[in-house]
Design a binder for this molecule. Structure first.
Ligand SMILES: Cc1cc2nc3c(=O)[nH]c(=O)nc-3n(C[C@H](O)[C@H](O)[C@H](O)COP(=O)(O)O)c2cc1C
Length: 184
């Protein structure tokens, strides 16, 4: 059975990012996958301390909720990372999470634990879905070095109302289908 792990980086439990990630997870479940969802804002994730231990050893020196996240990623066939856009980038908690993925790449900037397919999810107030395409491409590039190969990027645009994405049938259908195909 395929395994999918998802990370939600919005403080709004019932917001757009959560709605889209939830629909991807439902799609993966419909395709027979086992799923796990992490709420980054409910987790104790300390900032990277730049100790560089993970450049020598394949692990982080800090003991916090990232331990479960690392294990879930290693166990997974597919990974979903979702965040609202804050100040043209991911939220602060999502950025802290991304920094802490440093142990997933080795000293030669290669994936240390293999490669998995991934979906990136964003929600933004700006109505133009392409407005932050450059930032999203940068994120995909660094995730690839860590072995998370972004196969699809879903964007809820013009989505300050927390129910906007859930009300967009087309976008939700895209999310469901993306979840299905991610684990097939
Ligand atoms: C502190 C803050 C910064 C934001 N910065 C941006 C931004 O740079 N560009 C944008 O389009 N929307 C911005 N937004 C709006 C959010 O991206 C938008 O409301 C998003 O859909 C929220 O996602 P959620 O419902 O999953 O929490 C910002 C919102 C907050 C609270």
């Amino acid at each position: 059975m395929k395994k999918l792990v998802a990370f939600i980086g919005s403080p709004r439990k019932d917001g757009n990012t959560a709605a889209l990630v939830g629909e991807i997870v439902r799609g993966a479940q419909a395709a027979g996958a086992q799923t796990a969802v992490f709420d980054l804002y409910a987790m104790n994730i300390a900032p990277c301390q730049s100790c560089f231990t993970c450049r020598q050893e394949p692990a982080c020196s800090q003991q916090d909720d990232m331990a479960a996240a690392y294990q879930s990623i290693k166990d997974a066939d597919a990974v979903v990372i979702g965040s609202p856009v804050y100040m043209h980038q991911v939220t602060g908690q999502t950025k802290t999470f991304l920094d802490r993925l440093f142990p997933l790449m080795d000293a030669g900037f290669q994936p240390r634990f293999g490669t998995r397919k991934a979906i990136a999810v964003y929600s933004q107030g700006n109505p133009d879905p392409q407005a932050f395409a450059a930032a999203f491409a940068d994120n995909a590039a660094i995730l690839k070095i860590m072995g998370l190969d972004v196969a699809a990027t879903l964007v809820a645009a013009g989505a300050n109302d927390p129910r906007a994405a859930a009300g967009d049938k087309n976008l939700m259908a895209q999310a469901f289908a993306a979840g299905q195909s991610l684990v097939q």
